[in-house]
Design a protein around this ligand. Structure first.
Ligand SMILES: [Ca+2]
Ligand SMILES: [Ca+2]
Ligand SMILES: [Ca+2]
Length: 222
């Protein structure tokens, strides 16, 4: 027996966004809205930007390739040194000058008014205490996230937020916004990506209204 169309859309939406934190009512509303207007639509999301920072070499007070340092400094760590999260490099948003860092990169080829998802992993620096916070902004999106105190340094938290592009280009910015800016330890950033989310107007409105739509823990890579 074929699944009910709304169930199919709910599953498709889950696959599309990895939504795990929405309440049941919201999920139902979302599935219904999508079910009414999205039947048969492809779930393919186009990646318009991604950076896992693995093309960089380890370096303290070093700005990753393709990014601009706005203030302070950041460290590129993980490649054999401070390898708290497994293989590959990631960014300590508080460099070894002990001034909170801010980095930006400019995305192009966007469609004004279109919906996108910003994904990234954030970790908790080993010596940073419990007051770390990572701020992020792009397009209509602006916010910050402080890892829960329970977060250890062996697990990345995967975050996803929706935004709408205001033009064909947009500046993506991350910054250490914690309360301990001079401790040489900031949030750890990795696996940044932006994908175009092909949803119709109704779904797009819901997506933007939800703002941050998903938070899920991801086991560290082997
Ligand atoms: Ca990486
Ligand atoms: Ca540091
Ligand atoms: Ca800090």
């Amino acid at each position: 027996m074929r699944p009910h169309p709304v169930d199919r859309i709910a599953r498709l939406w889950q696959k599309l966004t990895n939504v795990v934190s929405l309440g049941c009512d919201v999920k139902k509303t979302l599935a219904l809205a999508l079910g009414l207007s999205l039947l048969g639509m492809s779930a393919n999301a186009t990646t318009v930007f991604s950076d896992n920072f693995d093309a960089n070499n380890y370096g303290l007070n070093t700005t990753p390739l393709g990014w601009t340092l706005n203030s302070g400094s950041v460290d590129i760590i993980g490649d054999g040194q401070f390898a708290w999260y497994g293989a590959g490099n990631y960014i300590d948003m508080n460099g070894s000058t002990q001034v909170a860092g801010s980095i930006s990169t400019t995305l192009t080829g966007l469609v004004a008014g279109a919906s996108y998802a910003l994904d990234f992993d954030v970790g908790f620096n080993n010596g940073s205490g419990n007051n770390e916070k990572l701020s992020y902004s792009i397009g209509t999106l602006s916010g910050s996230y402080g890892p829960p105190i329970a977060s250890g340094n062996s697990t990345f938290l995967h975050l996803r937020f929706a935004f709408i592009a205001g033009g064909t280009s947009a500046v993506l910015t991350f910054a250490d916004a914690g309360n301990t800016p001079n401790d040489n330890g900031g949030p750890i950033l990795d696996n940044v990506s932006v994908t175009a989310v092909p949803v119709p107007a109704a779904g797009g409105l819901l997506l933007s209204a939800l703002g941050g739509v998903a938070m899920l823990r991801r086991r560290k890579k082997a």
